[in-house]
Structure formats: structure tokens, C-alpha cells
Ligand binder design. Structure first.
Ligand SMILES: Nc1nc2c(ncn2[C@@H]2O[C@H](COP(=O)(O)OP(=O)(O)OP(=O)(O)O)[C@@H](O)[C@H]2O)c(=O)[nH]1
Ligand SMILES: [Mg+2]
Length: 426
């Protein structure tokens, strides 16, 4: 991995936006920006103008000195108007001025790791934060960024390192029969304590991917109950056909919606009925499957339908308030009456269902594999506790795997694998 070149990239999201950001990191970052006519001060943000093509554009330039920047090297952040063509032109100008090159995916964070600013697990937390799609994922990513996994595995590493040192000392002193570096019972006790700690970490961890799961909210009820009208209202566009003829919806249609702070998949399905022709039969099966897989059912009840009882999986929604004598607690999806209250009710129920155990540690597939290898190493050491050389080799395997979590023992290919999942500019 080339750590010498000065690197440049657009660090803001792709496409048009209010603002865009271009970042430069490396030893030529300051001299480069000065060549473009801007004289930034360390640790401050300067308002200036840059000649990017035809016009002088107002920009904000933040300058972070070596050792106190994100990357650990000189870092310049230029904010400009969010036009992607101008941002690309600025990248080219900066590359020319610094003699650098365009950054590859995750290279800014990779530099932060190589300069010792962050551990590998923390770098992975940065990537997870960028791609988080809900609160649960954000909390998981925050724990990764704070290095929770590295902190938790640290005591296990100390026990194993100490035990390994004693076993190795024992091997060195094999000639001196009265010297016993570690007794068999102490060895087993240390290995058991390391195993229990690691088992507890594994037990309390949840795969990051499982936090990405979007709860399914299904609109069910009799035909013509007003499900599709409510679906369109909740997603904010005319996505599905609405008609007074009952049996209009045949397929299950899904759209992403945010209820409060929970992102969910809203599903519109066919009205439930006892028809036996071929098409109805398939759409009834589709509808029943959707209900069976729902995290929450919004059971829509028209003015003439009978209401099922509500439970923690079902909210009974009385539709078409305008056509009812008793309007109390009913919604109207053509005018929006009562829907804000319904959304709050949905959000509260979803929040309960998607609650994350704050003590749980979010792990990426790489961590799961390494934790399992480390655990296997300790088990191997226990099995071979009577044979010091084999026992030591197993402990070394375990330590090696734990070291890879924080990145202390990391070959280049692992690092490239980790940072390639980042976006360019981060
Ligand atoms: N007056 C009034 N009409 C409504 C309301 N909501 C829906 N409708 C009408 O009721 C009819 C059926 O609405 P849909 O949303 O298609 O009902 P659905 O439950 O999806 O029906 P299926 O797809 O056949 O199961 C349409 O003519 C809607 O315009 C409402 O709140 N008030
Ligand atoms: Mg419908």
C-alpha cells in the first residue's frame, strides 16, 4: 500500500447537493493548496476564492496539521458549492498542484489506521457508520468505532500472553526439573478463564448484517377496505392502483417508509377473501405469506367490515372515517385525518420490536471468523495442555486471531479487504 503519495478525492456524496467537499491528505497538501492561491492556517477554517475553471468560486478551506488530523498527515478539506462537475475540476487541480493522485476507496481511513490514529476495528466502525440505514446499525457502528470489541478482547489477550510466556519459559527450563513455570492446574485455570471471557463476548455479539433487517409492516384486511389508499398516503406517492372495484390489488407491493426513527418496509397486499379462481388463489397465498412474515400488521377495517382483535403484532385501523357515523379513532386516507396518530402508534410498536441490546457488540463477518478461530485455539490449548509445545502453538494461533481484530497483526491483503469496502473520499 502506497502511503507516500498525496491523495485527493471528493469526500461528499455523489451527484448534485447544496455543498460538496474535496479532501487532500499527504505531505504536499499544504504546499499544493498554496499553489492554488489559498494560504490556510493550521487548525482553522478560512473563507477564500478558488479559480475552478471560468469563475472564482467561494470556498471554505479547513487545514489540519500532521498528527492532529483524521489521517495523521497534513489534511486539507475544501468545501464548495455542490456541483459534481466543479468538484471533479477541483480534484484535477489539486492533483496537479500537489503532484499527487486520486485516492482509492477507503484510503483516507486506511492512512488513519497506518498512522496509528485508529485501530482496524475502529476503521471498520467508520465504514459501518457511513452505510448504516437505521438507529440499530448506527449504535452498532458507534460501538465498533469506539473500539468496543478491541477493549473487550484485551483482557483475554493479556491472560493468553501471560500464559504463553510461562509455557515458553517452562520449555526453556526443561533441563531444570525443579523449575515449574506454570503448574498444570494453573494452566487449565488460565485457559478456562480466557475461554469463558471469549465465550461471553461471542454470546453478547450480534452480526452487523442482522441490524440491517427492515421490519415488515403489512396492510391487511377485506377487499376494498382502503389498504392501497393508505399505502399510497404513507409512502407519499401514488405507487399502487386504487379503485372502488374490490379485488384491485393482486400482488404484494413493498416500499421503504420511516416511522419515527425506524425504517420499515410497508407492504400492500390483496384483500383477504374466499375466492377460488386461479389468479385469486395465487394472490391469496401471497397475501397470507406476507401476513405470516409480518413484524406488524395494520388490519384495515372498512365501515361495514368486522374488526379482529388487536395484539402486539396487529394494529386495527378503522378506515374511511368520513363515511362513518362514529368517527372516533378512525382514519381517512383521502384527507389524512388521524394518520399522524397512527404513524406514532406504528413507530412505538416498531421501536419495541427493533430495540437493540446496548450491551451487544456488533460484529462484522471478519470478526466472527476471528473470534471463532481464537476460541478454537484456546480449546486446542486445553486439549494439549500436557504437551507444552502444542499448547503454546494453539495459544499463539488464538492470539494471532485476536490481534487481527485490532489490526496489530494484519497482512496487507486483510487491510486491503477491509478498506476496499469503503467509499472513495473516506
Ligand atoms: N370516502 C373514502 N373513500 C376511501 C377512503 N379510503 C379509500 N377509499 C376508497 O375506497 C375504494 C377502495 O380503496 P382501495 O385503497 O383500493 O382499497 P383496498 O383495500 O386496497 O382494496 P383491494 O385492493 O381491492 O383489496 C377506493 O375507491 C378508494 O378511493 C376514505 O378514507 N374515504
Ligand atoms: Mg388494494
Amino acid at each position: 500500500m502506497d502511503l507516500e503519495s498525496t491523495i485527493v478525492a471528493i469526500s461528499s456524496a455523489q451527484g448534485y447537493a447544496k455543498r460538496a467537499m474535496v479532501r487532500i491528505s499527504g505531505s504536499k497538501a499544504f504546499s499544493g493548496i498554496e499553489k492554488l492561491g489559498v494560504k490556510p492556517k493550521f487548525g482553522s477554517v478560512l473563507s477564500s476564492k478558488l479559480d475552478i475553471g471560468e469563475n472564482k468560486l467561494p470556498v471554505l478551506v479547513g487545514a489540519f496539521p500532521k498528527n492532529s488530523s483524521y489521517t495523521g498527515d497534513q489534511l486539507i478539506e475544501i468545501q464548495l458549492v455542490g456541483n459534481p462537475i466543479l468538484a471533479r475540476r477541483l480534484v484535477s487541480l489539486c492533483i496537479e498542484a500537489t503532484g499527487g493522485r486520486e485516492a482509492t476507496a477507503g484510503e483516507f481511513t486506511a492512512r488513519a489506521f497506518f498512522s496509528g490514529r485508529i485501530s482496524l476495528a475502529q476503521a471498520e466502525g467508520v465504514s459501518a457508520t457511513i452505510s448504516a440505514s437505521n438507529n440499530a446499525e448506527l449504535s452498532g457502528a458507534a460501538l465498533l468505532r469506539e473500539g468496543a470489541l478491541s477493549k473487550l478482547t484485551k483482557p483475554v489477550v493479556s491472560v493468553l500472553t501471560r500464559t504463553l510466556a510461562l509455557i515458553e519459559a517452562g520449555i526453556d527450563f526443561t533441563d531444570e526439573e525443579d523449575v515449574e513455570a506454570i503448574s498444570n492446574s494453573n494452566l487449565n485455570c488460565e485457559l478456562n478463564s480466557a475461554k469463558e471471557s471469549l465465550s461471553s463476548i461471542i454470546h453478547h455479539s450480534v452480526p452487523m448484517a442482522s441490524l440491517r433487517y427492515l421490519p415488515k409492516v403489512v396492510l391487511a384486511g377485506k377487499p376494498n377496505a382502503g389498504k392501497s389508499t393508505l399505502f399510497n398516503y404513507l409512502i407519499g406517492k401514488q405507487r399502487v392502483v386504487v379503485n372502488k372495484i374490490s379485488g384491485t390489488t393482486r400482488d404484494a407491493i413493498e416500499e421503504g417508509v420511516i416511522f419515527g426513527s425506524v425504517k420499515a418496509l410497508l407492504v400492500d397486499i390483496a384483500g383477504l377473501e374466499n375466492k377460488h379462481d386461479n389468479i385469486s388463489y395465487s394472490s391469496q397465498i401471497t397475501a397470507q405469506n406476507a401476513i405470516a412474515n409480518a413484524d406488524l400488521v395494520l388490519w384495515c377495517v372498512g365501515p361495514n367490515d368486522t374488526a379482529p382483535s388487536a395484539n402486539e403484532q396487529t394494529i386495527v385501523v378503522k378506515t374511511k372515517a368520513d363515511l362513518r357515523d362514529q368517527k372516533e379513532g378512525a382514519i381517512c386516507a383521502t384527507t389524512g385525518v388521524g394518520i399522524e396518530k397512527l404513524k406514532i402508534q406504528i413507530a412505538e410498536l416498531l421501536q419495541l420490536k427493533t430495540i437493540v441490546n446496548l450491551n451487544a457488540i456488533a460484529t462484522l463477518p471478519r470478526h466472527e471468523e476471528l473470534l471463532s478461530v481464537a476460541f478454537g485455539g484456546i480449546e486446542g490449548a486445553e486439549t494439549n495442555s500436557q504437551t507444552p509445545e502444542l499448547c503454546a502453538a494453539c495459544i499463539r494461533d488464538s492470539l494471532h486471531a485476536l490481534g487481527k481484530i485490532t489490526g496489530r497483526i494484519s497482512p496487507d491483503d486483510v487491510l486491503e479487504h477491509v478498506f476496499s469496502s469503503f467509499c472513495v473520499g473516506k
